[in-house]
Design a binder for this molecule. Sequence first.
Ligand code: CP
Ligand code: NVA
Length: 307
Amino acid sequence: MKNFINISDLSRDELRSIIDKAKKRKSERGKKPHSQPDEDQPLNGKTMIMIFEKTSTRTRISFDLAVKQLGGSSIILNQDEFHYGKGDETIKDTAKVLSQYADILMIRTDLHKNVDEFKKYLEIPIINGLTDKGHPCQVMSDILTFEELKGEIKGKTIAWIGDGNNVANSFIEAATSFEFKLNIACPKKYQPDKKIINFAKKNKCKLLITDNPLKAVEGADCIMTDKWISMSDKGNKNTKKKALRKFQVNKKLMSYAKPDSIFMHCLPASRDEEVTSDIMDGKQSVVWLQAFNRIHAQKSIIEWCFK
Ligand code: CP
Ligand code: NVA
């Protein structure tokens, strides 16, 4: 039984095996209807509980489909519908009860420490479906998408433009393990987590952090961004948006990247803030494939948890 909480918790071999298995399952499945299980149904008889403290479209549906395609079933719990987060039952007690009802748990929560607290008392695997510190499932899926379109990510250059947020943190961990170059352009005040940056530096990650977006996209194979205001952001939104204005991904910025570069966004997007609509809908954009591949990457993550 294994937990999938941070990319940096897994070895390089484990991460590679998750991506390769996802590619294999996706290609073997072909064009089967969305809810039809794969032949081998490795999750037959098993249940995943999903806890959502925050809103979600992609994570919710792609995990549900992932479980169905593996032959299992899922139950979704929204924060206001069960005894959690309102102080009427501790995480410890909830974890002990849920361990008896299901075989695996996925949680989206504001506080990364809630995942660690759940982990302490759960007797089943736990998957991080986004916290304030990371979004590892998204990043694994983005690596799958990148490799499907551009070949092995090792040695390639990814430019992250905008807020140094939870997704950026997971990308730093991924750059360290998958050995790609990561150029992050963000305002000094909104840099990624210092501990994660230090971890990457100690582990020889090819990481550039700059406040110059043009420098970050130079020679990049992929340009990425995310919302300027994340779900857990508590600070002044206008101040933050003002600081991020020069970090918009638009035609001019894209022209400094490789001509065959791709554009990625985990979605949801605020069009005409972090990215202009012409780029979102343009030829270089692969955002819809990214969303689709969440199913395939997560199937592989779930299978790995049971190994
Ligand atoms: N990218 C992502 O996690 O989307 P949702 O917030 O819709 O789940
Ligand atoms: N950084 C965003 C990602 C959403 C999928 C957020 O945390 O809201």
